[in-house]
Design a protein around this ligand. Structure first.
Ligand code: ZN
Ligand code: ZN
Length: 358
């Protein structure tokens, strides 16, 4: 673990230097864990060219020392920010980056007021996405954890395909899946189980309801598991009984769009180009307006992280990235179909991690 942390810090310091930022104050929980190994629920990191400090309150001091041996541990209190100038005292950083998308406006004001009061020369500058872009490229150990999480979702899907029957409510199906995931090694759930049947499946992020599942309608099941902090994400659309022609047509179109994207996405193309590979198939079938979300997203410590694969994404897809490929078609009043796999970019090509049948 220690080796990885040193390497991550090295990469972060390189990007701070490129941006001419003297140091960074990390508050975002997953970034804190990624850079330190400390998984307590409260604390901050101060990373400068020379030092790495983990600031946390008395509840976590011992844990911090054990989990973050690369860090100097600094005690803080939670009701004031008097400690903030002291935390910075030994550093001469000039511009100090902070995670503007994470901290509240009120907390930012507290921090900047106390610096003013202390006559500090440090200047707070918003930086976002620095650690997130490091996190987008996974190390082998991270891919291993994601793969284990994906195996759990695959078996949960196989289990529910055997268990689900006409007349069960969406909530009952969702609970069966949740129990299975937890009993088979998922630490917690990275997001709530989605089971959406019939007309409800036209809503991409429907909440499971008391609606009973009927024959011959679409049932969208979107699930994730979590292992060692890392998540998985899988969607299948199933149909109990004999599907009608609409279902077959929509399903085949979404599947073709997905298989096309899986076959053609390669390292070096942008998130937008990846998205358009699937979108073109759906547009050609006449359902362009019915594919209202992006093709995919990175998955790791957070379920939706970099890279973003959508119509406006300029991010380049490179080896080591783990992301989803999940086209869908949603027809209000009828229902929807989405097929989602988790993939890893390896040696310039995609390897599909999900094994659940389509
Ligand atoms: Zn999903
Ligand atoms: Zn997803």
């Amino acid at each position: 673990m220690s080796l990885n942390i040193a390497n991550r810090l090295k990469k972060l310091r390189r990007s701070l230097a490129e941006k001419e930022i003297g140091g960074i104050f990390i508050s975002q929980a997953e970034n804190r864990y990624y850079l330190s190994g400390f998984d307590g629920s409260a604390g901050y990191l101060l990373i400068t060219p020379q030092n790495a400090v983990l600031a946390t309150d008395f509840r976590y001091l011992e844990q911090a020392k054990v989990q973050a041996p690369d860090y100097q541990v600094f005690r803080i209190t939670n009701n004031t920010v008097d400690w903030f100038p002291r935390l910075l005292a030994e550093a001469d950083l000039g511009r100090l980056g902070f995670e503007a998308k994470d901290i509240t406006f009120a907390f930012y004001r507290q921090l900047s007021d106390i610096l003013d009061k202390a006559g500090s020369r440090h200047q707070l500058v918003p930086v976002d996405g620095l650690v997130e872009s490091l996190r987008a490229i996974k190390e082998p150990d991270e891919i291993e954890l994601i793969t284990r999480a994906a195996e759990i979702t695959d078996s949960a899907l196989a289990y529910i395909e055997d268990t689900i029957h006409i007349g069960m409510t969406e909530k009952e199906v969702a609970w069966e899946i949740e129990k299975f995931l937890r009993e088979h090694g998922s630490q917690s759930l990275p997001f709530d189980v989605i089971v959406a049947s019939g007309t409800n499946s036209a809503l991409p992020h429907a909440k499971p309801s008391q609606r009973q599942i009927n024959a011959a309608e679409a049932v969208v099941i979107d699930i994730g598991a979590r292992v060692g902090g890392y998540g998985s994400d899988l969607t299948r659309t199933i149909c109990l009984g004999t599907p009608d022609d609409t279902f077959k047509k929509i399903y085949d179109t979404v599947l073709e769009a997905q298989l096309t994207a899986l076959a053609l996405i390669k390292a070096g193309i942008s998130g937008e180009e990846a998205d358009s590979l699937a979108r073109a198939v759906i547009e050609k079938a006449g359902y362009g307006q019915a594919f209202g979300h992006a093709l995919g997203h990175g998955v790791g410590l957070v379920t939706h992280e970099q890279p973003h694969l959508g119509p406006t994404s300029t991010e380049l897809l490179v080896s080591g990235m783990v992301f989803t490929v999940e086209p869908g078609i949603y027809l209000p009043g009828w229902g929807g179909v989405r097929i989602e796999d988790l993939v890893v970019m390896e040696n310039g090509k995609i390897r599909v991690v999900s094994k659940a049948r389509k």
